[in-house]
Design a protein around this ligand. Structure first.
Ligand code: CDP
Length: 212
């Protein structure tokens, strides 16, 4: 393996800005990017379409095995209903195991890669060159998510969005299987008071410092 191969792990909670930052890093360093949340969302959507029971691990695992090509522009995948369901099915070890292989393969490609998710730096690719843990206060994240929903014309209420963010944080952090936690060797990037350009510039600075 080329020792200069660059793999960047970007983890963090919902609406922290990790997706935007990961995409910008991929562009900056000329690397392919994987939004791993889309895998969990796709498993959730498959389960939902089959009318499967999210309370049953084997049904969720069956849905995770069904995932084929993902259309990232599918509006159903981005919906709050599917995000919430994704958070539930992602707590099952069997689901995580099935989706792990695709992520490892992506991270291991010769070109290097940027992956964003919850457990990239801790479980999927602990040897990543650079790990960022991107976060922001729940209120700021709820405001961002609320703005996104309004822009999409969805009928959203700020209080409900905030409650959903808090519930999702708790479920993602408290689960036994690959909980959301900052890797010991990750750099913390708090975007609460940063605009997109500032957050991206800071992310590039942190990655560059790791590349040395
Ligand atoms: O950005 P947002 O949290 O809305 O959604 P996402 O990143 O698409 O992830 C949806 C759900 O999938 C999260 O709430 C997590 O529970 C789960 N997920 C995970 O467990 N591990 C990942 N690597 C990515 C997402």
């Amino acid at each position: 393996m080329n020792s200069r191969r660059l793999v960047i792990a970007v983890d963090g909670p919902a609406a922290s800005g990790k997706g935007t930052i990961a995409k910008a890093l991929a562009r900056h360093y000329g690397l392919p990017h994987m939004d791993t949340g889309m895998l969990y969302r796709s498993a959730a959507l498959a389960l939902w379409r089959f009318g499967g029971d999210p309370g049953e691990e084997f049904e969720a695992a069956g849905a995770a095995r069904e995932i084929g090509n993902i259309d990232p522009d599918d509006p159903e995948l981005r919906s709050e209903t599917i995000g919430e369901l994704a958070s539930r099915v992602s707590a099952y070890p069997a689901v995580r195991q099935i989706l792990k292989e695709r992520q490892e393969e992506f991270a291991g490609q010769p070109s290097g890669a940027v992956l964003d998710g919850r457990d990239i730096g801790t479980v999927i690719y602990p040897t990543a060159t650079s790990k960022l843990f991107v976060t922001a206060s729940p209120e700021v994240r709820a405001e961002r998510r609320f703005g996104e929903l309004q822009a999409r014309g969805a009928n959203a209420h700020y209080d409900e969005v905030l409650a959903d963010i808090r519930a999702r944080d708790q479920r993602d952090s408290d689960r036994a299987a690959a909980p959301l936690v900052q890797a010991e060797d990750a750099d913390l990037l708090d975007t609460s008071n940063l605009g997109i350009d500032e957050a991206v510039a800071e992310a590039i600075r942190l990655v560059d410092a790791r590349i040395g």
